[in-house]
Design a protein around this ligand. Structure first.
Ligand code: PLP
Length: 337
């Protein structure tokens, strides 16, 4: 556990004592948001976040809203980037906490976290970021970026499932969410999952060593995929900034296609993709991230996310490209386009 703590700290440029092991990023996000707000006794009951967060940030914020907190959800532009003017206006009325997703799980869009955190910290506001998708895919050095709380999950960068951590800088006090044990310096009660924690540490060591190679390899595969899609299939659009982006994620709208059907058809062919759509009481809700970027519900429903990672190669990308045109055609017919 000591070595794993050092490995996380070294990857992110933080002190080992600031690493708090959790059961994943969902727990880390809940701990940061609920723990920090519950430790505040002043009158500032306002949190600033974005309109394109992961559900594990949205849901605890909804809990806080029910407890009387005000939450401002700053919009994103059509590229998925945070509206910085709106953000500055939101924090100008003071806030107890800022929480902004570093890299989006659906589009791969990477926010200018250095700038965002600096704006908040200049006003003395603590900054939390869900960096789950960013870790192991882009360089992150908290010696240069004034983030106070950061959540991550090991399985997003080749570690085991069910373990993650919250970086929690010591200058901030927060209430533990799990009470009843002295573990993690009294900040998270309950015996740690030692085997998984060791796995997280190894994933961090590998990420630190291999990051430049991974970034190059992932970007090469992603770009090959996008170039092939663009040249073979008409009526496609890339969702999200192509420059402020993770190297491994590609979100594409296939105009007029039924995204969920395309996803299922690809699955049958052995190609695993995902859509941001969520199933609510039997109907398919379009991705709220794409809606926040100004896409219509139809555009959002026709969008799917491809991601590449360890073990993927050019032959697999070419296989996907050989199947896509026909499957997109069918998904368009099914949608009546
Ligand atoms: C951005 C982001 N935050 C949080 C999570 C939740 O991670 P976990 O399920 O490991 O708790 C995920 C997982 O999909 C994610 O992509």
């Amino acid at each position: 556990m000591d070595r794993a703590r050092e490995s996380v700290a070294s990857l992110l440029g933080v002190e080992a004592e600031d690493v708090l092991f959790t059961g994943g990023a969902t727990e880390a996000n809940n701990t940061a948001l609920l723990g920090l707000t519950r430790a505040r006794s002043d009158a500032i009951r306002h949190i600033v976040t974005s309109a394109a967060e992961h559900p594990s940030v949205d849901a605890p914020l909804e809990v806080l809203e029910r407890e009387g907190w005000r939450v401002t959800r700053v919009g994103v532009d059509s590229d998925g980037l945070l509206d910085e003017g709106q953000f500055e206006r939101a924090i100008a009325s003071d806030a107890a906490l800022v929480s902004i997703l570093w890299a989006n799980n659906e589009t791969g869009v990477v926010q200018s976290m250095g700038q965002i955190a600096a704006l908040a910290r200049a006003r003395g506001i603590p900054v939390h970021t869900d960096a789950t998708q960013a870790i192991g895919k882009i360089p992150i050095d908290l010696r240069n970026i004034p983030v106070d709380f950061l959540s991550l999950s090991a399985h997003k960068f080749n570690g085991p499932k069910g373990v993650g951590c919250l970086i929690a800088k010591r200058e901030w006090t927060f209430e533990p969410v799990l009470h009843g044990g002295p573990q993690e310096r009294g900040r998270r009660g309950g015996t740690e999952n030692v085997a998984a924690v060791v796995g997280l540490g190894v994933a961090c060591e590998l990420a630190e060593r291999e990051l430049p190679d991974r970034m190059r390899d992932y970007a090469e595969l992603r770009d090959r995929l996008w170039a092939g899609i663009e040249s073979k299939i008409p009526g496609v659009r890339r969702n999200g900034s192509a420059t402020c982006a993770l190297p491994n994620t590609l979100n594409v709208e296939f105009e007029g296609a039924a995204g969920e059907l395309l996803l299922q058809a690809l699955d049958v062919e052995g190609i695993a993709v995902s859509s941001g759509a969520a199933c609510h009481s039997g109907s398919i809700e379009p991705s709220k991230v794409l809606i926040a970027m100004g896409r219509s519900p139809e555009s959002a429903r026709g969008s799917i996310r491809f991601s590449v990672g360890q073990g993927n190669d050019g032959a697999q990308v070419d296989y996907a490209l050989s199947r896509l045109p026909d499957l997109v055609e069918r998904a368009r017919r099914a949608a009546g386009a």
